[in-house]
Design a protein around this ligand. Structure first.
Ligand code: AMP
Length: 418
């Protein structure tokens, strides 16, 4: 398989899809540059190996060209991190993009303007009237799909090879993330971010050292059900925390007060308990919780069993005794996957459980346990605690990681492997 390590970039122009969809404040300063930093090793490697770069990305969700979503705002940050000046094509389909890419010399870098200024990037029709008929919608979609072919072909025409390093959009079959690959049947590869993500998730899903423990937290059972069931195939233990616990507890007749609950998912929760039993997975989902008399940081709190919550109170965090029980399971594991907070960690009063999980994971990693953390909120927790470098791998993929864990073949991955 072609990789950036074994590919000869000498004199070649590489078009690289990165995920530079970084958060910007009102004065267009980057508030978190993780995604830019993540892509730098791939970009530098191409330059070191005698190639030149055409960098492409999306930023935000523009409906057309908008200054607010221009990638020009992040040029200084890219230049500073790459240690070189870069050229900018202010329209990814414009004449300048063609000219600048055609004259690019080894070691030079060209950044294309936000791909999503064109509807063709995502292949979704834009600007339809609200009362558009189904036929009109169908026709508009067909038209954009047709022009998407030309859009993709033009992007491909700028370069000699293609690198996909945008794991965050790998679950989307967009022009730059998947469709473009077919124009480079013998010259396409993953960047280091993609490689790292795939390797880390495969290490958990395909070749884990047992015992394997998954910690699945977050708000809703309904959004995690597929991943829970999929993980039963590899897990020895599963810890379920956060708001979704209460659907399980109520389904078994527990008193959960005003805690979050999806009444329509209770049957499903019971079937998950059955499936875990059938697969021999030990489930940890019940124990003492910190409850509050309102959903606020300065609510009154007490600790009680999650199946005996007083009327009017709601479960907000895992209690220290519960964390202690989980800690023992985690310390006896060889592989740990964590997705989703185990409490309302945005409020300091209810962040203890989630912070403790981050701490324990950092500690067991230093003792040789493979720990993979993924999903926006759990990543935020390990980062806030300063532990991002102390766990084995932090997946920045969000939706893409969840879909990969669910066993879905991601278009961005398939397009390179095909
Ligand atoms: P998710 O996006 O499904 O991973 O859910 C993350 C959200 O779950 C966070 O915003 C947490 O505040 C929320 N959450 C965690 N525990 C609870 C709880 N006990 N009650 C309500 N929300 C919770």
């Amino acid at each position: 398989m072609q990789t950036i390590d074994n590919y000869d970039f000498t004199g070649k122009r590489a078009i690289v899809r990165v995920d530079f969809n970084v958060p910007l404040n009102e004065s267009f300063q980057i508030t978190d540059d993780t995604r830019i930093r993540a892509a730098i090793p791939t970009l530098k490697k191409v330059l070191e190996k005698g190639g030149s770069l055409i960098i492409m990305s999306h930023l935000g969700r523009p409906k057309g060209p908008t200054d607010k979503f221009s990638l020009k705002h992040i040029i200084p940050a890219i230049e500073q991190k790459l240690g070189t000046k870069i050229k900018f094509a202010p329209d990814c389909m414009g004449a300048e993009a063609g000219e600048l890419s055609a004259t690019l010399r080894p070691g030079e870098v060209l950044l294309l303007e936000n791909l999503r200024f064109y509807a063709e990037e995502e292949g979704k029709a834009r600007g339809l009237a609200e009362d558009a008929s189904d036929d009109q919608k169908k026709a508009a979609k067909a038209a954009v799909k047709e022009s998407q072919k030309e859009f993709t072909k033009k992007l491909a025409s700028y370069a000699d090879c293609y690198i996909n390093d945008a794991f965050g959009t790998a679950h989307r079959a967009h022009a730059s993330t998947a469709l473009i690959a077919k124009h480079f049947p013998n010259d396409k590869m993953f960047g280091y971010v993609m490689e790292g993500e795939i390797k880390a998730i495969d290490k958990v899903l395909k070749t884990p050292e047992h015992p394997v423990t998954a910690i699945i937290g977050g708000a809703k059972v309904s959004s995690k059900i597929t991943i829970i069931e999929k993980l039963f195939d590899v897990c020895d233990n599963m810890i379920i925390g956060g708001g979704m616990v209460f659907t399980f507890v109520k389904a078994q007749g527990g008193k959960i007060g005003k805690s979050l609950c999806e009444d329509d998912q209770m049957e499903l929760a019971l079937s998950i308990l059955e499936k875990a039993k059938a697969k021999g997975v030990k489930l940890y989902y019940s124990g003492e919780v910190v409850v509050a008399d309102s959903f606020s940081n300065d609510a009154n709190t007490q600790v009680c069993m999650d199946n005996n919550i007083p009327d009017g109170w709601l479960g907000m965090d895992a209690a220290p005794s519960t964390i202690k029980e989980w800690e023992e399971v985690l310390r006896n594991s060889k592989t740990v996957l964590w997705n989703g907070p185990v409490g309302v960690f945005e409020m300091a009063a209810f962040a203890n459980g989630t912070n403790r999980i981050a701490e324990i994971l950092a500690d067991i990693t230093s003792k040789g346990v493979f720990t993979l953390v993924g999903g926006g909120d759990s990543v935020a927790a390990v980062t806030q605690m300063g532990f991002a470098n102390k766990v084995s791998y932090v997946s920045t993929g969000g939706g893409a990681m969840l879909e990969y864990l669910e066993g879905i073949e991601l278009p961005g991955i398939a397009a390179i492997r095909e």
